[in-house]
Design a binder for this molecule. Structure first.
Ligand SMILES: CC(C)(COP(=O)(O)OP(=O)(O)OC[C@H]1O[C@@H](n2cnc3c(N)ncnc32)[C@H](O)[C@@H]1OP(=O)(O)O)[C@@H](O)C(=O)NCCC(=O)NCCS
Length: 323
């Protein structure tokens, strides 16, 4: 059988890093409030020359170098984003051009903070079906451009950035110890549109719009949905939670991370946490956290890693992989 193996990871952050104290100079908030409610201390904010596509291309270059292949070896680009450079064409095709890839399948996936999990599922399916051999799966966002900087309940929570992986089809005996994506489960429930959304769009207002969120309700749904999908995905993989080496969660809020780990009975030292330094980077947060833990030596080859995310829609999902 063919399995999609993660052969490289990469990430990119805008040059400008903004602390809570810096934010408090223009927003009616405090470092204490943000740290206590969210665990966030810093976020990166894109400058005029940094866009979703440029950050994605930088993350992709790093992932390609780590995978030991070349850009021309890539035949599929799936880019998860809710903040594309243009309404169309896709930011994935911009990344393709930036990387100098002559021919590939390239498209964006919109599932907001769960976008990277959705993109992994699509790439994994295409690789196992034989329609791609080596995929770039990217999450990249510039949420700073859709934040209402007058709304302190949302603008302090988000940051910009990008993360990428190279997924490569490899022959496998199909055992749980063999490398590759072992299971992915995705969900959506569109009835919750009004809890987390952007109040604009090409087909409605003709404007880009700003992010709106009912934080407390999102929090409640997040903990329940994430714990359920994590157990479900581990069951599909035929593994018990005790087999998890590293949980790489969507970095929305330190309290959601703690509550989810507790529900799973996972020790906090098996959870990769980057929300303190990146804030919530939506579709970029999982691959950014993954790359951080790979580069600092925590995640090593053969580890069982579990990725999870939940976001606007609502959408949510989890993936289990042998790294
Ligand atoms: C956003 C979140 C941190 C807010 O925490 P909360 O405990 O629910 O806080 P509330 O929104 O009820 O606000 C409590 C108080 O803090 C105030 N407040 C809100 N944002 C603030 C800020 N940045 N600084 C200071 N005070 C703030 C509110 O005005 C409110 O004051 P009041 O009681 O005088 O009216 C929390 O709801 C959360 O993390 N939700 C999940 C969000 C998320 O992860 N979304 C992304 C999913 S992809």
């Amino acid at each position: 059988m063919i399995r999609a193996v993660i052969t490289g990871t990469g990430s990119a952050l805008p040059a400008r890093r903004v602390s809570n104290a810096q934010l408090a100079e223009t927003v009616d908030t405090t470092d204490e409030w943000i740290v206590e409610r969210t665990g966030i201390k810093f976020r990166h904010i894109a400058g005029p020359d940094e866009t979703t596509a440029t950050l994605a291309a930088d993350a992709a270059r790093a992932a390609i170098a780590a995978a030991g292949c070349t850009a021309q070896d890539i035949d599929l680009i799936v880019l998860a984003t809710a903040t594309p450079d243009q309404t169309f064409p896709s930011s994935a095709t911009k990344v393709q051009a930036m990387l100098g890839i002559d021919d590939a399948v390239a498209f964006d996936v919109a599932a907001v903070c769960s976008g990277f999990l959705y993109a992994v599922q699509v790439a994994d399916s295409m690789i196992r079906a034989g329609s791609a051999r080596r995929a770039l799966v990217i999450g990249s966002e510039t949420f700073s451009r859709i934040l209402d900087w007058e709304d302190r309940a949302t603008c302090v929570l988000f940051g910009d950035g990008a993360g990428a992986i190279v997924l490569e089809g490899q022959e496998s005996a199909g055992a749980p110890d063999d490398r590759g994506i072992l299971a992915v489960r995705l969900h959506a429930d569109g009835r919750h549109n009004g809890l987390l959304y952007v109040d604009g769009g090409p087909s409605t207002t003709g404007t880009v719009g700003k992010l709106r969120m009912k934080g407390r309700e999102v929090f409640r749904h997040a903990v329940t949905n994430l714990a359920t999908v994590l157990s479900e995905t581990m069951a599909v993989a035929g593994l018990d939670a005790s087999a998890i080496d590293w949980l790489v969660p969507h970095q929305a809020n330190a309290r959601i991370l703690d509550a989810t780990a507790k529900k799973l009975g996972l020790s906090p030292d098996k959870v990769v946490v980057t929300v303190d330094s990146h804030a919530n980077t939506s579709a970029a947060s999982v691959p950014l956290a993954l790359d951080t833990a790979v580069r600092d030596g925590r995640i090593t080859r053969g580890d069982l890693i579990v990725l999870e995310a939940m976001g606007g829609g609502f959408t949510w999902g989890a993936a289990v992989a042998r790294f």
